[in-house]
Design a protein around this ligand. Structure first.
Ligand SMILES: Nc1nc2c(ncn2[C@@H]2O[C@H](COP(=O)(O)OP(=O)(O)OP(=O)(O)O)[C@@H](O)[C@H]2O)c(=O)[nH]1
Length: 319
């Protein structure tokens, strides 16, 4: 090899080292005893440990909070199979517990990382060392998580009635349908309460539509306070609501219905200078196999509600 060529290869070696040192990606080389042989400036900056602090030292002793058992098994697989391995932030948000360097704009407390493990073949054809590349994925992870949160919020809104915060009719009917299918499989009865504000048109006509809305909101609040977390309440129509009570007989449902009816009767709704009172009519139907469909179940509860209206309102009827 001529003098020029030798100079060039030494130059090239320095460029390579310079490039590796200044990459905006973490780079570590480990041997089979997990001793560190290369530690670039990315790793030094985020860990606070310089190349000379870590060189020839065991990675797991340097970083006791690394998931040692899990990570060693990944490294050993790369040594044995000589294949690259990839660890994404979705699988494990981070390997090295680094703080991202976005102290003012970022929300993340930790740097999210993708990690690639590369088997490094020695001149003897064997793999005695592994290269670890650590990519900072914090921005991508944050956008992804923000998008996911926004989608979840959209999904929640699409299930919710805006005026009352209860389930809207579409979602509530879906729950009812699932409950009816469950009943057909396990034959454990559930009950359905349909309820409607009495003479609500008169409340609107007397106090105005906004006051009517306030009555609907207050009733929704009363319902939330009376039901269990396993029950589901939904706004079925203007001033009609449905409550699904899983694993509940009609006589037990009646206890809740009557409690709610009395609470409504006693409630005082303040709207401006007005004090508004209202009553409820309620109908109950227990699930039955011959309903054939959840809609027939609603129909029976509605028929019972109609009987309460016919019977003089402010009362509960079991179908
Ligand atoms: N304020 C308000 N009123 C509503 C809303 N949805 C429906 N309504 C009104 O609710 C009233 C329901 O009237 P009706 O179906 O005649 O029943 P009612 O006056 O409650 O009489 P009974 O049910 O027979 O006791 C109508 O005047 C609707 O305009 C709403 O979201 N807000």
């Amino acid at each position: 090899m001529g003098q020029n060529q030798q100079t060039l290869s030494i130059d090239a070696f320095h460029w390579h080292i310079g490039l590796l040192q200044n990459l905006d990606v973490g780079l570590v080389v480990l041997d089979e005893q997990y001793h560190v042989h290369l530690w670039n400036s990315f790793m030094a900056n985020y860990s606070g440990l310089s190349d000379s602090d870590v060189r020839e030292r065991n990675l797991f002793e340097l970083f006791p909070d690394l998931p040692a058992q899990w990570f060693k098994s990944k490294l050993n697989t790369v040594f044995h199979l000589r294949n690259r391995a990839f660890i994404t932030w979705q699988e494990r948000p981070w390997l090295f517990n680094f703080k991202p360097n976005r102290p003012f704009t970022g929300k993340a407390a930790q740097m999210y990382q993708n990690v690639t493990l590369i088997p490094l073949t020695s001149p003897d054809g064997e793999v005695h060392q592994i290269g670890i590349l650590v990519y900072d994925m914090t921005d991508a992870a944050m956008s992804h998580l923000d998008l996911e949160a926004a989608n979840q919020e959209l999904a929640r809104l699409s299930r919710t009635d805006r005026l009352t915060g209860l389930s809207n009719r579409g979602y509530w009917e879906e729950c009812l349908e699932h409950e009816y299918d469950r009943f057909l499989r396990n034959h454990r009865s559930s009950s359905l309460i349909m309820l409607d504000i009495d003479h609500f048109k008169k409340i609107n006509d007397t106090y105005g539509h906004q006051a009517g809305d306030q009555v609907i909101r207050s009733l929704a609040q009363l319902i939330k306070e009376h039901i269990r977390s396993t029950d589901s309440a939904g706004r079925y129509g203007g001033e009609e609501f449905g409550i699904l009570l899983p694993d509940t007989s009609d006589s037990h449902a009646e206890v809740l219905a009557e409690r709610l009816r009395r609470a409504a009767q006693d409630a005082l709704i303040y709207y401006g200078d007005e004090t508004i009172r209202f009553t409820l009519s309620l109908g109950i139907a227990e699930s039955q196999p011959d309903d054939s469909h959840h809609e027939s179940w609603i129909k029976r509860a509605d028929e019972a509600l109609y009987k309460s209206k016919q019977g003089g309102r402010n009362q509960t009827t079991i179908f």
